[in-house]
Design a binder for this molecule. Structure first.
Ligand SMILES: NC(=O)c1ccc[n+]([C@@H]2O[C@H](COP(=O)([O-])OP(=O)(O)OC[C@H]3O[C@@H](n4cnc5c(N)ncnc54)[C@H](OP(=O)(O)O)[C@@H]3O)[C@@H](O)[C@H]2O)c1
Length: 337
């Protein structure tokens, strides 16, 4: 997709102060520091979206010190289009900054028809990353994930493919996503034997979904890997956007299967009570939701989505108040239990 640049040939120059306010956290026992808040391109960056807006969000992110951008082969819609748009924006605005960026892609979900475009075979992972690199115009990604476990492919094969991807220089580090603690332990063991830098597990984690607390975070600790928490705002529910109804342009109002109006309505009472607590703390609910995740030492980064630059600016202010009293934590447990 082309960028219609009203500013003509004017080059994007990043904010010179971008590293002064962001916090960077070590990922497990690796050498990698990630911004406490990272940006995901699952929504808002496909061909169905306004690329100019996506471009503003990305520039805003980098200006705020957000150096980590998370993609996957199937982000869009249509599949692949978020990577293609990201590649266009990288070429236009970020060509001088590649070494300051930490870029992720993944494969594991349905991507192309037939038996080789899904799940966890070596055939799928290696060809998918080749396609992703082409779409983004990159020689390598900083991290490549297996996006979800595949119960039918031997883990040795999937992890072996990740190892070869690193050896081929197409990814610097590897990760897994949506793996349960036991599967994570097994994957970590294989990757260690293959001498491959397994540094991150990408897991859904928010006040509304706390499964990682049930063993995963400890497993990651034991294996020297970190956690990057996705959908930390429960896709927008943990913000103040649904307090007065369903805004027309919100994710819940869109014709997507990921967040529906009923889910929002069913959680409204909890959202209202959490919002009251956030106000008492002098924060927005979105900021409290992010700060609450960052209380876990294993969490290297909170991976947010944003449909506007203003949302991102608001979310980053979570870093201004990260501490919780015991009473506040107990109250949150009570509200969300
Ligand atoms: N590994 C996996 O399986 C997996 C799965 C899902 C996601 N992810 C990754 O995680 C990233 C984040 O996921 P997510 O988009 O679900 O995260 P999220 O941060 O929970 O939700 C983001 C959405 O919340 C709304 N929002 C954000 N900040 C807001 C604010 N300050 N005020 C009001 N509304 C706000 C926006 O929705 P509106 O459009 O309504 O404005 C935004 O698109 C994805 O982009 C992807 O990279 C990974």
């Amino acid at each position: 997709m082309q960028i219609n640049d009203k500013s003509g040939t004017k080059e994007y120059i990043a904010n010179a102060q971008r590293y002064e306010t962001m916090t960077y956290k070590r990922t497990g026992k690796s050498g990698v520091l990630l911004p406490a808040i990272s940006l995901g391109l699952w929504h808002n960056f496909g061909f169905v979206d306004n690329i100019q807006n996506g471009r503003e969000v990305l520039k805003c992110a980098f200006d705020l010190g957000i150096t980590h951008y998370d993609l996957a082969n199937n982000y869009g819609p249509p599949y692949g289009s978020a990577e293609e748009n990201f590649g266009t924006i990288l070429k236009k605005d970020f060509k001088n900054y590649r070494d300051e960026l930490f870029i992720a892609s993944k494969a594991g979900y349905d991507m192309w028809p037939g038996p080789y475009g899904n799940l966890g075979s070596r055939k799928y992972l290696i060809s998918s990353l080749d396609q992703s690199l082409k779409r983004m115009g990159l020689d390598y990604v900083d991290i490549f994930y297996h996006h979800r476990p595949d119960p039918d492919t031997p883990l040795e094969e999937t992890m072996g493919a990740l190892a070869d991807i690193v050896r081929q220089g197409k990814a610097l580090y590897v990760g897994i996503s949506n793996y349960q603690p036991k599967e994570t332990q097994e994957a970590a063991k294989i990757l260690k034997r293959l001498n491959v830098p397994f540094i991150l597990h990408q897991a859904r984690y928010s006040m509304f979904d706390r499964w990682v607390e049930d063993g995963l975070l400890n497993t990651l600790d034991e294996n020297g890997a970190g956690c990057i928490a996705f959908s930390p705002l429960a896709q927008g529910m943990l913000t103040d956007k649904y307090l007065k109804g369903i805004p027309k342009d919100s994710r819940a109002a869109k014709d997507l299967t990921y967040l529906d109006v009923d889910t929002v309505t069913n959680n409204l009472d909890k959202i209202q009570r959490l919002n009251t607590l956030a106000i008492e703390r002098g924060q927005k609910l979105s900021q409290m939701a992010i700060a609450w995740i960052l209380r876990q030492p294993q969490v290297a980064s909170v991976l947010v989505g944003a449909s506007s630059a203003n949302q991102l600016k608001e979310n980053v202010k979570a870093l201004d108040n990260l501490s919780f009293s015991e009473d506040e934590l107990k109250l949150i447990d009570k509200i969300v239990s």
